[in-house]
Design a protein around this ligand. Structure first.
Ligand code: SF4
Ligand code: SF4
Length: 345
């Protein structure tokens, strides 16, 4: 089902979705755009290229409480913190970021232990993917074309949106999306010409240029295995790294976390918080031993995890080429250039 709405009236669509549940959408902040819970339908702003942080927090919040307990009481007295989630609409997600949810599903929902928090959030959420504007050039840091992702790929979304002049075309991709669009009765259906425009736009998105190199997962996996002990290579590419962890926090496919206990006046909370393999103490063991004391070891871990270990274990590269890690790195470390250099080494 194809719907059409004037972009000027996007707040009406936002209001309709807010009437059905929780709406998460890009909003303008001082330093750029980020996904946030929408309190006022006028906040929704589709005039962005991509958000600073990825939308992964919609399913994997920065901080999540699991258990409440009282210190000194038996473990059986502790209570699990469950979720009570409203229908959620994640609105305006770029195709490369939509792709990242499938990669994260491998870890939280498909390979052994299921994470109930991730799973429940995924189940209640309807994803509105949003094509990049093909009239504008890609940002220099982006390279999703290298990973086989198009600028207007609808796969992974429930509803997919493209701009057509001053209008927004919304097409259903899944049965969930179809049902939702059918319920939005106040919005006009697209015409045959709109459908034709939509289909051509999706096709053109495959040709849209970002940085691109020919990259075979097996070839880069093998190359990084061969380079693993080449300390000169890894010291060279990591020499400026500050171990700040920004690249991992903004990344849609980084999922490391720590579990900590917060206790005050006998009341305790066990919670999960984001962690990062780029931090100096990430691998610090209780004995005091740290197998990754050097910066080069940590950057090597991040790159090899995404482009080598992950391929060996799950068959896919764990990077969608969104370019956030490069764009927000304070010292311009560029994972694309590292992969390019590795392939030439
Ligand atoms: S490693 Fe960088 S380019 Fe790849 S998904 Fe993460 S932030 Fe995006
Ligand atoms: S953002 Fe840059 S400086 Fe910070 S940890 Fe990542 S690579 Fe190092």
């Amino acid at each position: 089902m194809l719907k059409k709405i004037s972009i000027n009236k996007i707040s009406e669509l936002a209001a309709a979705l807010m009437g059905k549940g929780l709406l998460l959408a890009p909003v303008k902040e001082n330093s750029g755009y980020n996904f946030a819970e929408i309190k006022n339908p006028n906040q929704v702003d589709l005039d962005f290229h991509n958000t600073i942080a990825s939308p992964k927090a919609a399913f994997f919040p920065h901080k999540e409480d699991f258990i409440k307990y009282e210190t000194g009481k038996p473990i059986g007295a502790a209570s699990v913190i469950g979720l009570s989630l409203p229908p959620t609409f994640l609105f305006g997600v770029r195709p490369c970021d939509v792709k990242s949810f499938g990669i994260m599903d491998i870890h939280f929902n498909a390979s052994g232990i299921i994470d109930p928090y991730w799973k429940q959030r995924r189940e209640v959420t309807t994803i509105f993917g949003y094509a990049f504007d093909l009239e504008k050039p890609a940002e220099t840091e982006e390279f999703y074309q290298t990973l086989g992702i198009g600028a207007a790929d609808p796969e992974g979304s429930d509803v997919f949106m493209i701009k057509k002049g001053d209008d927004l075309l919304l097409d259903s991709v899944t049965a969930k999306g179809e049902k939702l669009l059918a319920e939005l009765k106040n919005f006009a259906e697209g015409k045959v010409t709109d459908k034709k425009y939509y289909d051509e736009y999706i096709k053109k998105g495959r040709e849209y240029k970002t940085r691109s190199m020919c990259l075979e997962p097996e070839a880069i996996t093998k190359k990084l295995e061969d380079l693993f002990h080449n300390t000169d290579f890894w010291m060279g590419v990591s020499s400026a790294c500050l171990s700040c962890g920004i690249c991992t926090f903004v990344c849609p496919t980084c999922y490391c976390f720590d579990i900590c206990d917060d206790t005050l006046f006998g009341q305790g909370t066990r919670r999960r918080v984001w962690d990062a393999c780029m931090f100096t103490d990430f691998t610090l063991e209780a004995s005091g031993h740290n197998p990754r004391t050097h910066v080069y070891q940590r950057l090597r871990q991040k790159v090899c995890h995404k482009y080598s270990f992950h391929v060996r274990k799950y068959g896919v590269i764990s990077c969608v080429g969104c370019g956030r890690c490069t764009k927000h790195c304070p010292v311009n470390i560029d994972i694309y250039s590292i992969i390019e250099d590795a392939m030439k080494a």
